[in-house]
Structure formats: structure tokens, C-alpha cells
Design a protein around this ligand. Structure first.
Ligand SMILES: Cc1ncc(C[n+]2csc(CCOP(=O)(O)OP(=O)(O)O)c2C)c(N)n1
Ligand SMILES: [Mg+2]
Length: 373
């Protein structure tokens, strides 16, 4: 196993997932164990987010299209410090009423870090496409100072076998949605067994011919995944990282096999994984240095992300009036609420302080083609 300095961060995802699944006596370990390094690279090096302000408008979006791997998301939300995901909730994985449900559920009320309800394979990548279209439109309309975020989606083999997946590939390539990045868990296994049983085409090639930027990478190499994410963000085309992974990595009895998807895990598997990976900590225990490194991931994000900081930076005051409020007080509501759909359609703004340029900007146009790498 790798001696990368961040390897313990990935293992924290692994062992929280194993412990929660053993306790629940069911769950899908294949995704969190196979994508732990990918998620570590994304959240600690690239993602713009603020656990203390989960609904901050200009946050990067993360969609778990392979929603059966929900423990990946819950472990991340716990480790990075989202208040609704204390360790007690992780321990209640799959218990009725827990926020850690079998598949992620976006709450009706305040944002908690789950961007969208996922479960039907492929649906999440269509959701991610919609989010990326929205960002591109609002970015063109309001400018980088106000709207400038990426949409990342974790996707599995199953998502890319669904019809909706192909529609998404086609439209995102056509629209050149450069801020859409898919992270494909290319483990060549589904719950039916090897993907060779059901698909023989070159999946990455489908993306290439649709105008995507495709990078093939070892999904267990944190450094390589991080470099690929950097390249993805710099490219004007939508990007797909084909991350070669081993399903259920760390569970010797099941890894790389069909049973890795969701075969029942027992205490003995958890113990064997601890020995295999050199994890000396007890169930649901995250060592302080690892916990600290995870907690630093959100504040590390650029732009001091929070609704108030972002709003203060985005509002252009006239006198001491704030663009998004009628009072002299600082912004209370982020513009996405003030900018209702009817106002978005209008080309003029009733607020004195709002630059007409924002509203008069032409609706989003497809970016020009760039030369293929
Ligand atoms: C539309 C749809 N059909 C079937 C399922 C049931 N299902 C859940 S996971 C899964 C297999 C997914 O395989 P993959 O994406 O490769 O996940 P992995 O086994 O790698 O975790 C299936 C068929 C589903 N969730 N949605
Ligand atoms: Mg798979």
C-alpha cells in the first residue's frame, strides 16, 4: 500500500465505511473503498467548499451518481466537518431516520452537504449536467466575480451503461461545459460481476468522440489523480477522469470481485483489513492528526468561501446600500434568492446599485471550440 503522506486520510474514509457497513449489516463498500484516494485528492486539493455554510451559492458541486456508495459521501461530510454528520450519525448508517440513509437524500430544508438525491444509476450525472449548464449560464450573465464554480460527479460503470448517460455525454460535449468533471470508478465490476458480461465498447472513447477531455489515471494514486484534476480544471472541454480502481480495495476476501460490490462484511473482515493496511485504530476512531488534516480541507478552499464573505465581495454598494438588500445592512440573502427567475429574464434591474451590464449581458453562448489535446 502507498506511503503517500495523505494515505491515512484515504484510509479514514475506508475504515469509517467498513465500520458503518459492518454495524448496519448491509451496505455497498465497493465505492467508498475503491474511490477513497480519488475523493481525498478532490476534497483536500481542489474542491471549493465550506462545511460551516453548506448552502453557500458559489461552492463547487459534488454529485454522487453511484449513490449506492453513499458511505463515501457520509464519510467525507463527517471528516470535513459538516455539522449534520457527527460520528453518531455515521454510526446510525441505514437506521430509519438517520441522515445517513441507504442512498443520499437531499434535505427539504437547509442545505447539509448532500447536493442531490441519488440512487437510480445515471440520474446523478444528468443532475450534474444540469448544474453545470446552470453555472455556465449564470457565469456568462453575472461574471466570474459572482459565479465561478465546478461541478464534479462520482460515477460508476452502471451510470455509464444507462441511456441517460449517453445523452449527458453528447450534450455536455456539444455545449463545451468546461467546468463539468466526471470521476469514473473504472473498477470493471458491477453487482452482476465483470463488466465484460454486459458491455464491450470503449467507454472512454465515447467521451472523446463527443468532444470531451479524457484522462486515464490510476485511481489509487493520490498524486496522479490530483494532477489529472488540475489538468481537467484547466481544460476548456468537459473532462472525464477514467480512474482505474480495485472495487472494495482493502477487503482481501472480496476486492476486485463481484462480492466487492456489496457482499456482507463481518467483524473479521474489518479486523483483516486493519492488519492488511496497518490501521491500528478502533472502530469509528479517527486519529487526531488525520481528523485535523480533514478539517483543514474546507478552510483551505480559495476565496474564503461563505455566504457573507462572498456576498460582501460580490455586492457593489452605491453609497452604503447593498446591491441585494434594500436596507443599509450587510447582505442577508445570497443573490440566488434575490435573482428570481423572473428577474433573470429581465434585462434591466430595478436596484440602483446593480450594474446594468449584469442584466444586459447576452444569454449564455457556447464557448468557441478549442484545439483537441
Ligand atoms: C437505474 C438503476 N438500475 C439498477 C440499479 C440497481 N443497482 C444498484 S448498484 C448496481 C450496479 C452498479 O454497478 P457499478 O456502477 O459498477 O457500481 P460498483 O459495483 O462498481 O459499485 C445496480 C444494478 C439502480 N440503482 N439504478
Ligand atoms: Mg463498477
Amino acid at each position: 500500500m502507498s506511503t503517500h503522506p495523505q494515505q491515512a486520510l484515504a484510509h479514514a474514509i475506508r475504515f469509517l465505511s467498513i465500520d458503518a457497513i459492518v454495524k448496519a449489516q448491509e451496505g455497498h463498500q465497493g465505492v467508498p473503498l475503491g474511490m477513497a484516494e480519488i475523493a481525498t485528492a478532490l476534497y483536500t486539493r481542489h474542491l471549493k467548499f465550506n462545511p460551516q455554510d453548506a448552502g453557500w451559492f458559489d461552492r463547487d458541486r459534488v454529485v454522487l451518481s453511484n449513490g449506492h456508495g453513499s458511505m463515501l459521501l457520509y464519510a467525507l461530510l463527517h471528516l470535513t466537518g459538516y455539522p449534520e454528520f457527527p460520528i453518531e450519525e455515521v454510526q446510525r448508517f441505514r437506521v430509519l431516520g438517520s441522515v445517513c440513509e441507504g442512498h443520499p437524500e437531499r434535505p427539504h430544508g437547509a442545505a447539509n452537504g448532500i447536493e442531490v438525491t441519488t440512487g437510480p444509476l445515471g440520474q446523478g450525472i444528468a443532475n450534474a449536467l444540469g448544474m453545470a449548464v446552470t453555472e455556465a449560464y449564470l457565469n456568462a450573465r453575472f461574471g466570474n466575480g459572482l459565479v465561478d464554480h465546478f461541478t464534479y460527479a462520482f460515477v460508476g460503470d452502471g451510470c455509464l451503461q444507462e441511456g441517460v448517460g449517453q445523452e449527458m455525454i453528447s450534450l455536455a460535449g456539444h455545449l463545451r461545459l468546461g467546468k463539468l468533471v466526471l470521476l469514473w470508478d473504472d473498477n470493471r465490476i458491477t453487482d452482476d460481476g465483470s463488466t465484460a458480461l454486459s458491455i464491450s465498447e470503449d467507454v472512454a472513447e465515447r467521451f472523446r468522440v463527443a468532444g470531451w477531455h479524457v484522462i486515464e489515471v490510476d485511481g489509487h494514486d493520490i498524486e496522479a489523480v490530483s494532477a489529472a484534476l488540475g489538468a481537467a480544471r484547466a481544460d476548456a472541454r468537459p473532462s472525464m477522469l477514467a480512474c482505474r480502481t480495485v472495487i472494495a480495495k482493502g477487503i482481501a476476501r472480496l476486492q476486485g470481485q463481484r462480492g466487492g460490490h456489496s457482499g456482507r462484511l463481518f467483524e473479521e473482515d474489518a479486523q483483516a483489513a486493519r492488519e492488511l493496511l496497518g490501521w491500528t485504530h478502533g472502530p469509528f476512531e479517527v486519529p487526531a492528526d488525520v481528523q485535523q488534516a480533514w478539517r483543514a480541507a474546507g478552510p483551505r478552499s480559495p476565496s474564503a468561501p461563505s455566504s457573507s464573505a462572498w456576498c460582501a465581495a460580490s455586492c457593489l454598494p452605491v453609497g452604503n446600500r447593498c446591491c441585494w438588500t434594500t436596507s443599509n445592512k450587510p447582505c442577508r440573502r445570497p443573490p440566488h434568492r434575490a435573482a428570481s427567475s423572473s428577474r433573470l429574464r429581465s434585462t434591466t434591474c430595478s436596484r440602483r446599485c446593480c450594474p446594468n451590464a449584469w442584466w444586459a449581458a447576452p444569454i449564455w453562448k457556447r464557448p468557441p471550440a478549442t484545439s483537441a489535446a
